[in-house]
Design a protein around this ligand. Structure first.
Ligand code: CUA
Length: 154
C-alpha cells in the first residue's frame, strides 16, 4: 500500500525534529560539560574521607565569617552538632558520601540538596541565639526520618 505524499513529509519532519532535538541535547549534556544548577565544585564521593576539607568536617572561624564543612550520609550528618556565632555570615559547604540527601535548617533560608559528586553551599547569618533543627528533606532510605542534626547559634 503506497504511503501518501503528505504522510511522508510529516514523517520526515517528525524524524528530523527528533534528530535535531537529540543532537542539541547531546551537545548540551556532554560537549558543553553541563552540571546540575548551583553546583560547580565536583568531589568524588568515594574519596570524601581522604580529601581536604571534607576529611575534617567542622566549623572554621575565618574572622569576619565562618565556614562549615559538612558531610551527609545515610542517615547522619558530620558534624552532628554545629555551633556557630550570631551575627556573622556562615557558609555551609556540603557533600554526600552516598545518595541524595538535603541539608535543611528549619526556620532559615538554608535548604540545599546534597548530590553525589558535587559540593553545594548556602550562606546564612543567624540574627538571634537559638537551637535550630536540621532535617533531611530528600527521601534517602529506611532511616530517612532519623537523619537530623542541630545548629546552635550563640
Ligand atoms: Cu538523608 Cu533523607
Amino acid at each position: 500500500m503506497p504511503v501518501h505524499r503528505y504522510e511522508k513529509w510529516w514523517l520526515t519532519f517528525g524524524i528530523g525534529t527528533l534528530a535535531v532535538f537529540l543532537a542539541v541535547l547531546g551537545l548540551r549534556a556532554f560537549a558543553s560539560g553541563h552540571t546540575p544548577p548551583g553546583s560547580v565544585l565536583t568531589v568524588d564521593p568515594e574519596l570524601i574521607d581522604t580529601i581536604a576539607p571534607w576529611n575534617a568536617p567542622g566549623v572554621y572561624d575565618r574572622g569576619d565569617r565562618v565556614d562549615v564543612y559538612l558531610v551527609g550520609q545515610a542517615f547522619s550528618y558530620a558534624p552532628n552538632r554545629i555551633e556557630v556565632p550570631v551575627g556573622k555570615p556562615v557558609t555551609f559547604h556540603a557533600v554526600t558520601k552516598d545518595v541524595v540527601h538535603s541539608f535543611t535548617i528549619v526556620g532559615t533560608t538554608v535548604n540545599m540538596m546534597l548530590i553525589p559528586g558535587y559540593a553545594n553551599e548556602a550562606t546564612y547569618t543567624f540574627k538571634a541565639p537559638g537551637r535550630y533543627l536540621v532535617l533531611c528533606n530528600e527521601y534517602c532510605g529506611v532511616g530517612h526520618q532519623f537523619m537530623q542534626a542541630e545548629v546552635i547559634a550563640q
